[in-house]
Design a binder for this molecule. Sequence first.
Ligand SMILES: Cc1cc2nc3c(=O)[nH]c(=O)nc-3n(C[C@H](O)[C@H](O)[C@H](O)COP(=O)(O)OP(=O)(O)OC[C@H]3O[C@@H](n4cnc5c(N)ncnc54)[C@H](O)[C@@H]3O)c2cc1C
Length: 384
Amino acid sequence: MSMDADLLILGGGLAGLSIAARLARRGVGGRVIVIEQRARYEDDRSWAFWTPVGSRWACSAEATWRQWRFGVRAGGTVVAAAPQWRYVFIRSLTMYDAAQSAIAANPRVTLVLGVQAGAVQRQAGGLMVETSAGLLQARHVIDARPPDPQRLAGSQLLQSFYGREITIAKPTDASIADVMYDMRCDSQGFVFAYVLPLSPRNALVEVTRFAAKFHGRPALARELDTLLANRGWSDASVVREEHAVLPMGLPRLSRHEAIPGMVRAGTAAGALRAASGYGFLRIQSWAEHCVNAIAREQPPLGHPPEPRLRRWMDEVFLRTLATHPELMPEFFVRLAARVPPAALARFLSDAAHPGDVLRVIAALPPGPFLRAILERHSAWGRRP
Ligand SMILES: Cc1cc2nc3c(=O)[nH]c(=O)nc-3n(C[C@H](O)[C@H](O)[C@H](O)COP(=O)(O)OP(=O)(O)OC[C@H]3O[C@@H](n4cnc5c(N)ncnc54)[C@H](O)[C@@H]3O)c2cc1C
């Protein structure tokens, strides 16, 4: 059978572009096609996370912070710093542009914009994919499209946020990243502000809610207006906006949804950490392993399953958050105050040592977490 591509990548977002750019730079993977539904890339999001000093991302980030802050509206603020760690900010358009340049430099890798991918079917010798531009055949497929809305809605919790990158008139202190600030619980659940001063005159300011139900952009935008007014930034000019509803504990796909020859990557494959929604580094790590496998002439790898201990801890955490959102502000401040900053940065970056995990457990108020563990086990007992 003649194939259009050796590898077809469905969805050219962070996961799809990250693998395609690596394949293009290393010149492996044969003929590769990426199908992306948007007609052009915009600066639609930013990625921020903890990373060690000297790492690739710490060196290339647009903004970095040595200190980060957790704060509760009712009082109580912790400023943390770890000499070997930075909190960093990467602009999506910078990533999209770099990936597109790498792809454009290799004629064996093609990015097709403005085309929607549909159903994937197994056929003799490969896979057939329906697209809005016709049928495509490939030996392997990586599906990096987002989860469908129904599956997203089945998540343990949803993380809804809305933010604006702003230019401010009066210079502000840009030395501390407010990663979870003004934390509180109201009738709709747990909410906090996220303020990254990118420079003395630029900041990314967001309102984030962790809740069972979805929070739409207009309601979050009103909350953001209040936050900006409280900071004295009502008159700031808006550079761009970002809004998202991310899964926290996405339901797993059943085995019968697997298609031989196709692997899944990115958010729909569980790339976002259930307890935090952070996904950038996890997607980069998957892309690195996947390109290494392809370079060894092995089939592409899907996003790996979550290690059992981390999956269990995140499930217990989300269960506690769902049943006791009022405890969350105190919980996060306790974590920031009692766990050494480097240990917490490692824990939140999937790089925890066994001692870090014990420190995190020791910092938690035991009662609600023990109840969540017991409830989880009795829920297991009820399963048919
Ligand atoms: C606004 C925002 C801010 C975030 N901030 C952070 C952060 O600070 N730190 C962090 O670690 N994580 C963050 N995340 C989480 C995560 O890192 C990102 O969502 C990341 O983009 C996930 O990558 P992905 O490839 O799974 O999905 P996406 O990047 O969303 O890519 C999916 C792609 O599939 C395309 N697509 C969809 N349907 C089709 C179709 N039928 N055919 C073809 N193409 C299709 C979409 O257009 C899109 O380009 C953020 C997410 C958002 C939305």
